[in-house]
Ligand binder design. Structure first.
Ligand code: COA
Length: 323
């Protein structure tokens, strides 16, 4: 059977770093509160005029270089974002043009913080169906543009960034020892809309709007849903948590990561953590964590990775990948 193998990873973070103390000078918060409740110490914020497509392009270029691939090999770009440059055209199309790619499909998908998992599942299915041979899967966000910087309950949590992977079609045996994406599981429950949303949009208010969240409620759902979707991935592949080399989770809150690991009985050393330095970069967080851990040699070829995320919608999902 055809498998989608991760041939390369890349990440990009804007240059400007905002530490907790800088936020504490603007809203009623403190470094101590933010670190204790979230594990976040700093986040990156895009410069004026630096757009989601700019972040995505650099991450994509780095993923292509890591894969030893050229842009003309790519026949599909799936870009996950909740903060596109414009309502249309798709940010993926802009990135396609910037990379000099002249063929294939390019489109955005929107599943907020679960976006990269959704995008990976879509690209994997294109490859397995024979409709793509080499895909760029990107998660890119500029959440700084949709934050209410006077709302201390949300503005301390998020950051900007982008991550990307190159997927290549390869022959597999149909076993869990194959390299590539072994499974993806996606979920949505639109009844939870009001717990995490943006209070604007082209069809509702004709404004961009700001992120609104009932954090405590989101937290509760996150731990339950993530443990369930991770369990689903393990069961479908006849594996146990002990078989996993690395959990590469969406980076929302250190306490959510710890809670999920505890539920799975997974040791904390097996979890890739970036939330302390990146904050929550929404759809970018999983590919950024992947790129960082691959670049520093923690994640190695042949290892089994479990990716998971949860976000507005609600949406949530997991992907089991052998690098
Ligand atoms: N600084 C200081 N105090 C703050 C604060 C901040 N930045 N944000 C909230 N508080 C206050 C609250 O106003 C509240 O005060 P009160 O008791 O006087 O009303 C108190 O801290 C506790 O707030 P609460 O919301 O109960 O805290 P919490 O322990 O649930 O932590 C979050 C808040 C947001 C960190 C946590 O709920 C969370 O991480 N939720 C999940 C969010 C998430 O991951 N979203 C994205 C999913 S993709």
């Amino acid at each position: 059977m055809i498998r989608s193998v991760i041939a390369g990873c890349g990440g990009y973070l804007p240059a400007r770093i905002v530490h907790n103390d800088e936020l504490a000078a603007k809203v009623d918060t403190s470094d101590e509160w933010i670190v204790e409740r979230t594990g976040i110490r700093q986040r990156h914020v895009a410069a004026d005029g630096e757009m989601t497509s700019d972040l995505a392009r650099v991450a994509a270029e780095r993923a292509l270089a890591d894969a030893g691939a050229t842009a003309d090999e790519i026949d599909l770009i799936v870009l996950a974002t909740a903060t596109p440059d414009q309502t249309f055209p798709a940010t993926a199309a802009r990135v396609q043009a910037q990379l000099g790619i002249r063929r294939g499909a390019a489109f955005d998908i929107q599943a907020v913080c679960t976006g990269f998992i959704y995008a990976l599942a879509i690209a994997d299915n294109f490859i397995k169906a024979g409709q793509s041979r080499a895909a760029l899967v990107i998660g890119a966000e500029t959440f700084s543009r949709i934050l209410d910087w006077e709302d201390r309950t949300t503005c301390v949590l998020f950051g900007d960034g982008a991550g990307a992977v190159v997927l290549r079609a390869a022959e597999g045996q149909g076993r869990n020892t194959d390299r590539g994406v072994l499974s993806t599981h996606l979920h949505a429950d639109g009844r939870q809309h009001d717990l995490l949303y943006v209070d604007g949009g082209p069809s509702s208010t004709q404004t961009t709007g700001h992120l609104r969240m009932l954090g405590k409620e989101v937290f509760r759902h996150a731990v339950v849903n993530l443990a369930a979707v991770v369990g689903e991935a393990l069961k479908a592949n006849d594996l146990t948590a002990a078989d996993i080399d690395w959990l590469v989770p969406h980076q929302a809150n250190k306490r959510i990561l710890d809670g999920t690991a505890r539920k799975l009985g997974l040791s904390p050393e097996k979890i890739v953590v970036t939330v302390d330095r990146h904050g929550n970069t929404s759809a970018a967080s999983v590919p950024l964590a992947l790129a960082e851990a691959k670049a520093d040699g923690r994640i190695r070829p042949g290892q089994l990775l479990l990716l998971e995320a949860m976000g507005g919608g609600f949406t949530w999902g997991s992907a089991l990948v052998r690098l």
